[in-house]
Design a protein around this ligand. Structure first.
Ligand SMILES: C[S@@+](CC[C@H](N)C(=O)[O-])C[C@H]1O[C@@H](n2cnc3c(N)ncnc32)[C@H](O)[C@@H]1O
Length: 207
């Protein structure tokens, strides 16, 4: 892991034990709305394998496990992954596994039907977001659902929604990259002027 990723992973590991308190609260309506849309749009079938990238404490992965055959969560932060593992064990969910994986090297070798990611891709600069999306398409999922900080218009500098550590892309840039790699963007959900959910599908040539 390079130094910057290591620093970021350590930062998340330090707050992992209280991450859910912050994000479960009503103070985070934008985050909660975004997460709900990601879960709704993922919409796995009972025989689907789902991969959650930047899974954190497993909010999205755990929510989808009841409707999928198998869910894998990948993250760079050991502390966040430990929280996710404890939550899975406490809730008796056994069709889920969490482990180390980076967006551009998710370290998942099986077949994947749906890739999801919530509030994580913004940690990468735009060029690395492109590489991450290329790595996702290499896994051949039929759907990728991305919830994240993204700009629908120029952000108002007087009213920043996010502070340090958020490198949001424009919606246009993300749609361009998704389209370039062969996805069809089938839904764009605007949660806030700086937060949205993109649904990207891949269709077989004979579909
Ligand atoms: C704000 S949290 C979101 C966690 C979870 N998806 C959620 O919705 O609660 C961002 C997560 O992305 C992870 N992350 C940051 N950069 C990453 C990368 N390059 N590859 C994989 N995970 C990464 C962090 O460790 C952290 O757990």
């Amino acid at each position: 892991m390079d130094r910057t990723l290591e620093d970021l992973a350590e930062r998340f590991s330090k707050i992992a034990h209280r991450y859910d308190d912050k994000h479960d609260s009503e103070e985070k309506p934008v985050y909660n709305a975004c997460a709900s849309l990601v879960i709704d749009h993922a919409d796995p079938r009972p025989d689907d394998v789902v991969l959650d990238l930047g899974t954190g404490t497993g909010l999205i992965a755990l929510a989808l496990a009841g409707n999928a055959e198998h869910v894998a969560g990948r993250d760079i932060s050991e502390g966040m992954l430990e929280q996710a593992q404890v939550k899975a064990a406490d809730s008796g969910i056994d069709n889920i596994e969490f482990g180390y994986g980076e967006f551009r090297d998710p370290q998942y070798s099986g077949e994947v039907d749906i890739v999801v990611s919530n509030f994580s891709l913004h940690h990468l600069p735009d060029e690395e977001k492109r590489e991450a999306i290329e790595a996702i398409v290499d896994l051949s999922p039929r759907r990728f659902v991305l919830g994240d900080a993204m700009f629908f218009s120029s952000p108002d500098p007087e009213e920043p929604l996010f502070g340090h550590g958020v490198d949001a892309a424009t919606v246009g840039m993300l749609v361009d990259v998704l389209t370039d790699v062969g996805f069809v963007v089938t839904a764009v959900e605007r949660v806030h002027d700086q937060v949205g959910v993109l649904v990207a599908d891949r269709f077989d040539d004979d579909t």
